[in-house]
Write a protein that binds this ligand. Structure first.
Ligand code: SAH
Ligand code: SF4
Ligand code: F3S
Length: 450
């Protein structure tokens, strides 16, 4: 869950009501929550300090795995009882992916919910709330329409950084994944609009942009726009911008030539998130990933060749239907071989609508649990060794936020996307040089270099 997004924008209307957003799921949802917050502020609503203090609570939800949904149901239970006990008649809004998936089922289970808005209605929530308040009857907006990107630009700045959605939806239909059914087909934003947005963000103090898409490498293919790499080259030329990050690259649409061109762009951070999902070609084919480990290996080799200091992270699913001990051993082997800096590892979760849900031969939950634990332990050791080797090295970092544990310390990020805890007087959004002198868990600690 992410903290409420509060943005300062021109108040077009006066409104004494307060909103609060809880965000679940991927960076895309965080980016959508920025638009949702702006749409409320445009109508004069104020940001509440927490859900208990709000007149309208928006849960921007995720449905990618079952446990994500269970957590959200838990929160809905909490807000239901809050509504019963408090004087406030808090309006509860369920927005985003789970809303798109479940629609009316949500209000059947929780009749107290006022508004359910799917992924195509992220910009209309204040109007839906208003209609609901007038009629007093739950409102459900999960119909699909042509995708509209928000027209907010520089206002989307969140201090020193901003998320910029460059391509929405997904047309890949990996057989385990529900996202294409909830977010629709790929739709790229016009490159001129993206460039203007980044320029406006920079004028508003942003030094780092995160370009977002389920598969950023597919940028421009649906609407004859420039390619993703060309877009990166143009953004790299924007004066005042310091760092560019992007998420996520699908290995099937990536190649050595693209990596070589990226290596010439000084503002692009040296971090690649390249989800492999499995080390077995048989499982990759069943997953409909459309690449082999051989192709994937060429990408790792090209990154190491052209950008030797780059960090590489991945996503892996353990226990995909039919995965044998032999298939899983292949996954462990590629993890050993590719030496990822970090891996996001998941147990396979069966999702509605997906092809993999129809595969009869499932992996026993105890087996997938054991495999996941083995994978986590292996990667933990690799990450630890990599971090240990970083001790004594000097790194440039961006100061991101105050540490919650010790307010004299700040959490800073390296270009390679590693967190470093440092005591510093530098402002948030500033760059400093640090020398790594310790590690605690998976976090690096450093001292400011003179
Ligand atoms: N578009 C991104 C990933 C989005 S979802 C990409 O293709 O790389 C983030 C991760 O969740 C996926 O990479 C996958 O590892 C995991 N995931 C998706 N569906 C899942 C499921 N049904 N069960 C378990 N993990 C899943
Ligand atoms: Fe899901 Fe695959 Fe699309 Fe990623 S690329 S969102 S895993 S279907
Ligand atoms: Fe979840 Fe939707 Fe993102 S299902 S991972 S919030 S696209």
């Amino acid at each position: 869950m992410d903290e409420n997004t509060g943005l300062i924008t021109s108040k077009l209307m006066e409104n004494s009501k307060k909103y609060f957003i809880e965000t679940y799921g991927c960076e895309m949802n965080k980016s959508d929550s920025v638009d949702i917050a702006l749409s409320f502020e445009e109508q004069g609503y104020k940001r509440a300090s927490g859900g208990d203090d709000a007149d309208i609570v928006i849960l921007n939800t995720c449905a990618v795995r079952k446990n994500a949904e269970e957590r959200i149901f838990g929160r809905l239970g909490y807000y239901r009882s809050l509504r019963k006990t408090s004087e406030k008649n808090t309006v509860i809004v369920v927005a985003g992916c789970m809303a798109q998936e479940k629609g009316t089922e949500i209000t059947r289970l929780f009749p107290e919910i006022g508004v359910v808005t799917g992924t195509y209605h992220c910009l209309d929530i204040p109007q839906c709330v208003e209609k609901y308040e007038k009629k007093g009857k739950s409102l459900i907006a999960v119909d699909r329409k042509d995708y509209t990107f928000s027209s907010y630009k520089g206002e989307r700045a969140e201090g020193y950084k901003a998320w910029v959605s460059i391509i929405k939806g997904c047309s890949n239909y990996c057989s385990y994944c529900i996202v294409p059914y909830l977010r629709g087909p790929e739709a790229s934003k016009k490159s001129d609009d993206i460039l203007q947005e980044v320029k406006d963000l920079v004028s508003n103090g942003v030094v780092e942009v995160n370009l977002l898409g389920q598969n950023v490498n597919a940028y421009g293919k649906d609407n004859d726009e420039i390619s993703f790499i060309r877009l990166l080259e143009k953004i790299n030329g924007i004066e005042g911008l310091k760092w560019i990050r992007f998420l996520t690259s699908h290995p099937k649409d990536f190649n050595e030539e693209m990596i070589k061109r990226i290596s010439d762009l000084p503002k692009v951070c040296k971090h690649f998130h390249l989800p492999v999902q499995s080390g077995s070609d048989r499982i990759l084919s069943l997953m409909n990933r459309k690449y082999t480990i051989r192709h994937y290996r060429t990408l790792i080799e090209a990154i190491r060749k052209y950008i030797p200091c780059a960090s590489i992270t991945t996503d892996i699913i353990a226990g995909f239907p039919t995965e044998s001990d032999g298939d899983f051993e292949k996954t462990l082997n590629i993890v050993r071989s590719f030496q990822y800096d970090d891996a996001f590892t998941y147990r396979y979760s069966e999702r509605p609508f997906t092809k993999a849900a129809d595969i009869r031969e499932k992996v026993h939950p105890d087996t997938s649990k054991k495999r996941l634990e083995e994978l986590i332990a292996l990667q933990r050791n690799i990450s630890y060794e990599k971090n240990r080797k970083a001790i004594g090295t000097r790194k440039k970092v961006l100061v991101e936020r105050k540490s919650k544990k010790d307010t004299s310390e700040f959490l800073c990020k390296t270009e390679t996307n590693k967190m470093v805890v440092v005591k510093t007087e530098a402002p948030i959004g500033g760059f400093i040089d640090v020398v790594i002198n310790d590690i605690s868990g998976n976090t690096l600690r450093g001292i400011e270099a003179q």
